[in-house]
Write a protein that binds this ligand. Sequence first.
Ligand SMILES: *Cc1c(COP(=O)(O)O)cnc(C)c1O
Length: 390
Amino acid sequence: MSDIKSLEQQHIMPTYGRFPVALVKGQGACAVSDDGKTYLDFTTGIGVNALGYCPESWVRAVCEQAATLQHTSNLYYSKPQAELAQRLHELTGFGKVFFANSGAEANECAIKLARKYGCDRFGETHTKIVTLQNSFHGRTITTLAATGQDTFHHYFNPFTEGFSYADAESLESIQKAADADTCAVFIELIQGEGGVRPLDPAFVKGLSDFCKEKEILLMIDEVQTGVARTGKLFCYEHFGIQPDVITSAKGLGGGLPIGACLCTEELGKILNSGMHGSTFGGNPVACAGALAILEQVAKPEFLKEVREKGEYLAKKLREIPGIVEVRGKGLMIGAVLEETRKAADIAKACVEQGLLILTAKTLLRFLPPLNISCDDLDRGLAILRQVLNP
Ligand SMILES: *Cc1c(COP(=O)(O)O)cnc(C)c1O
């Protein structure tokens, strides 16, 4: 650890606050550090290793593709890309997809698509986008601008113009923020980084109706909530709405970098040759990994188990003294602590006891592997209970 730490301090920009752990291998819900200590992982990266560490079918698919063809430019047709696109279409009904490498990049695509839609349909100025206060959409200059939190709007001026931020509880606030030049509303349905805050279904339904009426695109950032994380393949399915655009990333590649922007058949005509692209986007190895992940997580029985495990985890968390509120859906759960306790301190103490756990704002956040066993859930819960009640 100390070698790695000193190399890092010499050579890597200090942009991350890290726990004093270097993980070197993993299997299922467990990872092992360089000093041989085993950790139970309730983080999956940050919702990335959807089926835990090194799941068999994913490893096989990825290794086979890497040994066959690791990359071609997007100047040529790609079988893994085409197959993943077809699978996503079969599973969601969305007509077209663009493949990127990350959540922020998938969101950039959605933003470009929305602006071009507004421009084509209503004119050059019709390119404003409404997002929500307390949202998180990524770290590029434009997705930071889309992010509705002032703390992200320092140092890097000028930010991309054309975003306004509405209150996530109030349809009136949306109606006020959406002016005659608004082309899209772009939201998370459960604000992840913002503190695991699920939106009110009535608000979401009202928003969807409002967008339809005004021909404003409804775009959902499913980067964290997608790929079965909430117990449906995508979170919007819980809300009885049909968005125009969704973005996916984190869990999609099962640990490999991939992002996707999915849209309706009609919107799929808007960005054409030369208007958008990516050198690495839709990499064959990442696509093969994503196909292997979808193969498992899209099954109705699997999704049902995610919902059941989520309910179990939430119920058990509610029974732990020191936790005052539990919220979220499926295996995307946040636990609010009594005011006297700091989530960062609790997370640190859990790591020392062999449980990797995330925070979001002042909450503890749980994003365990979607296929975690109830035994592993119980083991993690026991560590957390002990840390909160020594
Ligand atoms: C993590 C996240 C992003 C950014 O994804 P990157 O892959 O880090 O670019 C965007 N939106 C949401 C909702 C996220 O949770």
